[in-house]
Design a protein around this ligand. Structure first.
Ligand SMILES: Cc1cc2nc3c(=O)[nH]c(=O)nc-3n(C[C@H](O)[C@H](O)[C@H](O)COP(=O)(O)OP(=O)(O)OC[C@H]3O[C@@H](n4cnc5c(N)ncnc54)[C@H](O)[C@@H]3O)c2cc1C
Length: 370
């Protein structure tokens, strides 16, 4: 190991959230280096999601998710337009498949309004049929401001901005351990050319590994590290034409938003993610899970044909509340005051809607460290 590098800001993790934070700090004039353990940026959870720009309907009023989703969505649409990041504001329908679920939709409408999402409205079965003839239900909630995005196009734009403001993104560079010192932090970085670096500010945005990174940070009070749970979400693609032109969601299930229909920008339909609690991340999709998918999807799309679903991919939600706690949980964003150290910021539980919220999370981190 050679001399110790002296850095200003290090962001650990080159997923969509780490990149958004690095972009924000670089624009604010900090010298930023992103350290990413994988050979490619954005190849973990940021590549394994629904690529939906969420409106912000579901989250409890006053929660970090509600606030940062709504702010982040507005910032994200503006950024996508300005930077020509491929996206489409296709809208979404949350479909009630029985009378009880209609009551849920009424509650959801109020929740959306409480979160500042004021463009949603309810439609009856006939109006639903007129909009999406293949989709069946007693009623639906229409969310016009929901959309889809090319998440890799977004991350490429963030990286362009980081580099344009003097920052850099270094792949194959896992942070192995660190120490919080009086002056800042000392990091030990592995990979083919291991090195050590000091930093005035370290932002732990390591997604599923955020807990491990903090556990290996000497000088950090372990009591600041929240509990951790992993909820895997499996996806199946549809062979053939999509049955709808909007995103179609059932009412949510504990831990996730329900097995929904999303579309990619090419119009290909996929279903998922479901909720499978796991002890450690893994990305195999068990074809046998399709049975539950057929049942869930046929509640709103009865014409789904046998054999039409193919196992696709899976992602894992980093959560601060597990199955025992009901599977909810909020984003945890700890600035220097909350971590107890002026040089350390840590983010935990950045599951959905983290992609949508990325720019708002970045603003928050910048404010906490300005
Ligand atoms: C199934 C599923 C569906 C989702 N759907 C949506 C959606 O439709 N809309 C939405 O808004 N959000 C969605 N999300 C949430 C969204 O995908 C995440 O919030 C977002 O991708 C998190 O980004 P991140 O940068 O925090 O994490 P990640 O993308 O996981 O990035 C963390 C990075 O840190 C790196 N890393 C880990 N340890 C180290 C280390 N020691 N040193 C250096 N680097 C390290 C990893 O390699 C990784 O690249 C979904 C999530 C899941 C799981």
């Amino acid at each position: 190991m050679g001399e110790i590098l002296e850095l200003d800001c290090v962001v650990i993790g080159g997923g969509v959230v780490g990149l958004a934070i690095a972009r924000r700090l670089a624009i604010a004039g900090r010298e930023v280096v992103v350290l990413e353990s994988e050979p490619l940026t954005g190849s973990i959870t940021s590549s394994r999601n629904s690529e939906v720009i969420h409106a912000g309907l579901y989250y409890a009023a006053g929660s970090r998710k509600a606030e940062l989703c709504v702010k982040g969505r507005q910032a994200l649409y503006a950024y996508c337009r300005e930077r020509h990041v491929p996206h489409r504001q296709c809208g979404k329908l949350v479909v009630a498949s029985n009378e009880d679920e209609v009551t849920y939709l009424e509650k959801l409408l109020k929740q959306a309004a409480a979160n500042g999402v004021d463009d949603c409205y309810l439609i009856d079965a006939a109006a639903l049929h007129a909009l999406e003839p293949e989709i069946h239900g007693h009623a639906a909630l229409v969310s016009p401001s929901t959309g889809i995005i090319d998440s890799h196009g977004l991350m490429d734009a963030y990286i362009t901005d980081i580099e344009a403001h003097g920052g850099s993104v270094v792949v194959n560079s896992p942070v192995l351990s660190g120490e919080l010192t009086k002056e800042g932090a000392l990091l030990s970085v592995g990979g083919a050319d291991p090195f050590e670096a000091t930093a005035r500010l370290v932002v732990n945005s390591a997604g599923l590994e955020a807990w491990a990174v903090s556990q290996n940070m000497r000088g950090l009070d372990p009591a600041t590290i929240p509990t951790r749970a992993y909820a895997k979400g499996n996806y199946f693609t549809l062979a053939g034409k999509a049955p709808a032109s909007r995103l179609i969601y059932p009412v949510p299930e504990p831990g996730g938003l329900g097995t929904h229909l999303t579309l990619d920008l090419g119009g290909q339909a996929r279903f998922g993610p479901d909720v499978e609690w796991v002890d450690a991340p893994n990305y195999d999709v068990d074809p046998a899970r399709s049975e539950k998918f057929y049942a869930a999807i046929r509640k709103y799309w009865p014409h789904l044909k046998d054999g039409a679903l193919q196992p696709a991919y899976a992602g894992v939600r980093p959560k601060t509340v597990g199955r025992e706690g009901g599977g909810g949980g909020d984003f945890v964003i700890q600035g220097p005051q909350a971590t107890g150290h002026p040089a350390y910021v840590a983010l935990y539980g950045i599951e959905s809607p983290g992609l949508t919220s990325s720019m708002a999370i970045a603003d928050e981190v910048w404010q906490l460290t300005a």
